[in-house]
Every structure is written in structure tokens, then in C-alpha cells.
Write a protein that binds this ligand. Structure first.
Ligand code: AMP
Ligand code: ZN
Length: 123
């Protein structure tokens, strides 16, 4: 898509601080991080929002979701399970959809947000 900032990042036209790339996805640090770790997982294919996804995107969405904990681990904010609710670490995963969802960039992306608290505006 012409004029889509994440398409330009995916094609290398605009630089990013990349943390992952494969044939379907790219992941890079958010330019305005909300927490010590804040990366975006972005499909290379231009899909405007989560609401535009259909059955045909199931595998791609699954791949995005499964990459989140791997990247969180790699970036030092993985969740260390202890078999109960007293684990440590952890992260937030977030899709913003549409104007009331706070979406600013209309190319599908999954936020992965974590690291030691406090975070920006959050305890
Ligand atoms: P959203 O509100 O879910 O659409 O989030 C868009 C995110 O993209 C925001 O957190 C921005 O800080 C981030 N962002 C916008 N432009 C860039 C860029 N060139 N490189 C990295 N992150 C960006
Ligand atoms: Zn795009």
C-alpha cells in the first residue's frame, strides 16, 4: 500500500529497530514506547485492522500471537510461570482497532508491552 508507514518499514524503505523478521512478519521497537519494552509485531501483508481479518488470516494471527511470548522472553520481559499466580515478569498484548480503539496506524499490528513497572502512566 502506498503511503502506509508499516508497509514502508516492512519493505525497508523506512528504517526501524528490528527485533524479528521472517517470510510473513516483521517486529520492531515502537518509536514512542509505553514501557521499558514495547515492540510491534506486524504482518508484511497490508491488512488495515483486526476487523478486516477473516478465516483466511487464522494462521497469520496465530503466528503473531505465538511470536509475542518468544519476543518478550528474548527482550527480558518473559513470564516465568511457577504453576500458580506467583510467577514473575510478564507483558501485555494489545490490538487497537478503529478510532474508538485508539488505532493510529491502519496496518494490523500487535503491541507487546512489558518490562519492570512502573510504566508510562501506569503503576
Ligand atoms: P496504534 O495506536 O495501535 O495504531 O499504534 C501505532 C503505534 O505505532 C504507536 O505506538 C506509535 O508509537 C508506533 N509508531 C508509529 N510510527 C512508527 C515508526 N516509524 N516506527 C516505530 N513505531 C511507530
Ligand atoms: Zn500497510
Amino acid at each position: 500500500m502506498d503511503n502506509c508507514i508499516f508497509c514502508k518499514i516492512a519493505s525497508g524503505q523506512i528504517p526501524s529497530k528490528k527485533v524479528h523478521e521472517d517470510e510473513d512478519l516483521i517486529a520492531f521497537h515502537d518509536i514512542n514506547p509505553a514501557a521499558p519494552v514495547h515492540v510491534l509485531i506486524v504482518p508484511k501483508q497490508h491488512i488495515p485492522t483486526l476487523a478486516d481479518c477473516t478465516e483466511q488470516h487464522s494462521a497469520l494471527l496465530g503466528k503473531m500471537m505465538l511470536l509475542a511470548p518468544r519476543l518478550a522472553q528474548q527482550l527480558g520481559c518473559g513470564y516465568e510461570a511457577d504453576g500458580g499466580d506467583n510467577g514473575s515478569g510478564g507483558f501485555k498484548t494489545l490490538f487497537n482497532t478503529g478510532p474508538d480503539g485508539g488505532q493510529e496506524v491502519y496496518h494490523l499490528h500487535l503491541h507487546v508491552i512489558g518490562g519492570p513497572r512502573p510504566w508510562r502512566g501506569q503503576r
